[in-house]
Design a protein around this ligand. Sequence first.
Ligand SMILES: Cc1cc2nc3c(=O)[nH]c(=O)nc-3n(C[C@H](O)[C@H](O)[C@H](O)COP(=O)(O)OP(=O)(O)OC[C@H]3O[C@@H](n4cnc5c(N)ncnc54)[C@H](O)[C@@H]3O)c2cc1C
Length: 382
Amino acid sequence: MLFDLSDDHRLIQETVRDFARNEVAPVAEELDREKRFPYEIVAKLGELGLMGIPFPEEYGGAGGDSLAYTLAVEELTRVDSSVAITMCAHTSLGTQPIYLFGTEEQKQEYLPDLCAGRRLGAFGLTEPEAGSDAGNTKTRARLEDGDWVIDGAKQFITNAGTDISGHVAITAATGPGANGQPEISNLIVPTGTEGYEQGEPYRKMGWNASDTRPLTFTGARVPETNLLGPRGAGFKQFLHILDIGRIGVAAMGVGLAQGALDQALAYAKERRAFGKPISKFQAIQAKLADMATEIEAARLLTYKAAFLKDQGRNFTLTAAQAKLKTGRLAVRATEEAVQIHGGYGYIEEYPVCRYYRDAKILTIGEGTDEVQQMVIARALGA
Ligand SMILES: Cc1cc2nc3c(=O)[nH]c(=O)nc-3n(C[C@H](O)[C@H](O)[C@H](O)COP(=O)(O)OP(=O)(O)OC[C@H]3O[C@@H](n4cnc5c(N)ncnc54)[C@H](O)[C@@H]3O)c2cc1C
């Protein structure tokens, strides 16, 4: 069993670490405060080949594997979650469905712009009445004169409403299926399609510089050829996409917890009380030691999920375990980091304040903790 990263993996880790420190850290607080989408950073990520890490070079991707992608997401989140989720949702959720299920024509049409970061991809699964119960899709698509005509609504969708949003891949009921369940298919809906509207951005607890909106479809028409993969395969497809997405979100949990530890350790060494740095108090040392230990365990689990995927092995269980473990860790670690900062941790100029707000979504998005427990229990045969 080898625990060392290859030279290629180390290179991407260092490249993204430097980028996050030099380009993201100086503007992260301002972007969050102004709730401003990081267009300039996305453009630079595109130039560095970081908006299409796990896709083949023939489509403009970087030809990296899941571990390379995991390392990049971790390093970005260590500094800022809004930038990280923009890249992560774009890659795991927006671009993957086209790469995995698209025809050669669809790949040629969409992937080069997506991989270059000229266009952003989004994935519309969640609906007002279909979150954890994502199969309860109420959005309908019917075939009419060679077009799919779509009616319905999606909720909490990342990356669909920016100036560079290129498409949203949505699930829609395309007919009656077996056992009274609808037949679900995936469709590509390009931005600008008549009848496809992006609502106002939500006012969120965190991820303030990322784009999250409700979407509506009112007689929105897309060509029949915008179907992704076989008709009726949508349910299976989105489960697979969520499995992959969980590795990315788990990497966000590791990165956010590590970022919280970085900040807490540095602060504890500087802040003095009772005549010495607070890092010399055992109570503070215990917090830092627990954080570092939990982070290392969570990191290994997350890398293992990526490793299994890269080996072509089943990674559903490990990805769900990694997602469950890291979401909870991020919440706990950011809270401890705020505690170590005392009153300053409650003040927005200190990154841990933002980290604390950014952490909670990691136990909810991409499947809640309770959904991960269901996936894990199912894999155990319970
Ligand atoms: C900022 C943000 C960005 C997002 N981005 C996207 C995106 O890009 N694309 C997208 O499709 N979605 C996105 N989502 C949606 C997200 O994935 C859902 O919010 C999440 O899956 C939970 O669904 P829900 O909100 O409908 O909660 P619900 O499913 O209504 O769950 C409510 C509670 O009930 C629990 N629960 C539900 N069913 C069970 C059960 N069987 N057993 C035990 N407990 C259960 C849940 O765990 C939860 O605690 C985003 C959400 C947010 C907040």
